[in-house]
Ligand binder design. Structure first.
Ligand SMILES: [Zn+2]
Length: 485
């Protein structure tokens, strides 16, 4: 498999450092609020990476942490007059609820920062002993950036460039030796949570927790997160771990792109963010997942409801094909019409292309494209009078369903029974349309009665009335069925 490595800015062949086992660490959320679709994207991307690595036969140890102590958590707790631990717990649970809906597999290890306080303090002590860090009178501990020559290599920024950014942020009151230095340990202010330490009552800085939580797995095969984490978070993690343990932190650095709204980064400060729950009010979780996978993970993805509608339409086409294939497989009599050899060959190549897409830097957009090619292929057979019920097509239909299992496993989509999918979709579309469900149900019942009484004038009139409301009624041998226009 080829994987893009941020550290080298190149696609490289992925080979695990230890035989067949992959250690992958992804920076998790700070548990102070509901997850937005930027979090969903990162979770879905790394979920597909884990799934694909497992498909390739690797044993994957997937570690994703929770930041459960942080200024934002403390602020929220203070504003809501709650306990900071309770705030953290609330949003960790919310993360699990949302991610389960999106079919994101749980990580194998989900360490929390506050469970690693002794290890965090040990790293601080080691770094101080090695002159890579220093405590201040106020009880903070800072990492001495200029003591680590590799600092800036991940973000590919020079010290001068970083100085320009740092001097704007640095407060003159801070007792730092250098504006570039960053906090490993922070003295707790009055009323803040804190732990006893050699430097007084304090709590960990943000970056150090990941160095502590990943320390038993070094070197990691893959360290991941969103592109916004490259600097300073990952640069700092890398410096701390390398300086403390004299080992590289990670072989591959993998970063996913932003979710944008109208080509602007989605963020809380811009007020343009959407939570996962906002979206799932009106769309199936699978549709959001499908949408997020429809772009290459390193490209920015532009969020809009039109784009979600587009993803939903694509899903419908695939589910329709699954439904049609399952239906035609109920055929009792198959004919012996042969399929042209070049067509059979085309069918074989299509599935290889699906696998190759994921092997090429996890190109899920391409992989979805290959699924569509296969859908188009079976649709072509289904529409061909001579081939529809040929034994050769029967074999392809069966293979189509086998391939579906692989798509489900690797991409985590298309899990629903097609009938279930269309039923659920109808309900959610109805909700979106803000039509009156009770009124529609009543009209449908009246129409069914009229039809059974053979009063076709009334049933046609009701049909027209429903159509005006945007509801299309279809009659089948099983009774009337309906959908939104
Ligand atoms: Zn981290």
């Amino acid at each position: 498999m080829l994987l893009y490595n941020t550290a080298t800015r190149k696609k490289e062949e992925f080979i695990p450092l230890r035989e067949n086992t992959v250690h992958m660490y992804v920076c998790g959320i700070t548990a102070y609020d509901l997850c937005h679709i930027g979090h969903a994207r990162s979770a879905v991307v790394f979920d597909v990476l884990v799934r694909h690595l497992r498909h390739l036969g690797y044993t994957v140890h997937f570690i994703r942490n929770f930041t459960d102590i942080d200024d934002k958590i403390i602020n929220r707790a203070n504003n809501e007059n709650r306990d900071w631990q309770e705030v953290g717990e609330t949003y960790i649970q919310a993360f699990h609820t949302d991610m389960d809906l999106l079919n994101v597999l749980r990580a194998d290890y989900e360490p929390r920062a506050t469970d690693f306080i002794p290890q965090i303090q040990d790293i601080c002590k080691t770094l101080i002993a090695k002159n890579h860090a220093y405590p201040t009178k106020a009880g903070d501990v800072y990492f001495r950036v200029r003591s680590h020559p590799a600092y800036g290599s991940l973000a590919q920024r020079s010290l001068d460039e970083m100085m320009a950014g740092a001097s704007e942020r640095v407060k003159l009151t801070e007792a730092k030796e250098d504006p570039l230095d960053f906090a490993l340990w922070k003295a707790s202010k009055q009323g803040e949570p804190g732990w006893e330490s050699p430097w007084g009552l304090g709590r960990p800085g943000w970056h150090i927790e990941c160095s502590a939580m990943s320390s038993e797995w070094l070197p990691l095969d893959i360290h991941g997160g969103g592109q916004d984490l490259i600097f300073p978070h990952h640069e700092n993690e890398k410096a701390q771990s390398e300086a403390a343990f004299d080992k590289i932190l990670a072989r591959f650095w993998v970063h996913n792109g932003f979710v944008q709204i109208n080509s602007e980064k989605m963020s809380k400060s811009l007020g343009n963010f959407k939570t996962i729950r906002d979206i799932l009010e009106n769309y199936l979780p699978e549709t959001l997942r499908f949408f997020l996978l429809s772009k290459h993970y390193r490209s920015p993805v532009d969020f809009s409801f039109e784009a979600l509608d587009e993803a939903e339409k694509s899903e419908r086409r695939i589910y329709q094909a699954i439904l049609d294939v399952k239906d035609v497989l109920k055929t009792q009599k198959w004919k012996n019409t042969p399929i042209p050899a070049e067509l059979l060959n085309e069918w074989q190549v299509l599935q290889d292309k699906f696998n190759q897409s994921l092997d090429d830097d996890l190109n899920t957009a391409q992989a979805l494209g290959e699924i569509f090619s296969q859908v188009r292929f079976v649709n072509k057979l289904l529409e061909d009078k001579a081939l529809k019920k040929s034994t050769a097509s029967q074999a392809i239909y069966t293979q189509f369903l086998e391939r579906l299992e692989l798509w489900q496993k690797e991409l985590g989509i298309l899990h629903l029974e097609p009938k279930n999918f269309f039923e659920t979709l109808r309900t959610i579309k109805l909700k979106r349309s803000q039509l009156d469900i009770a009124q529609i149900t009543e009209l449908l019942n009246k129409r069914a009665q009229a039809r059974s009484a053979k009063d076709y004038a009334t049933s046609d009139a009701i049909r027209a009335q429903l159509e005006d409301m945007g509801v299309i009624v279809k009659d089948s041998p099983l009774g009337q069925d309906w959908d939104l226009a």
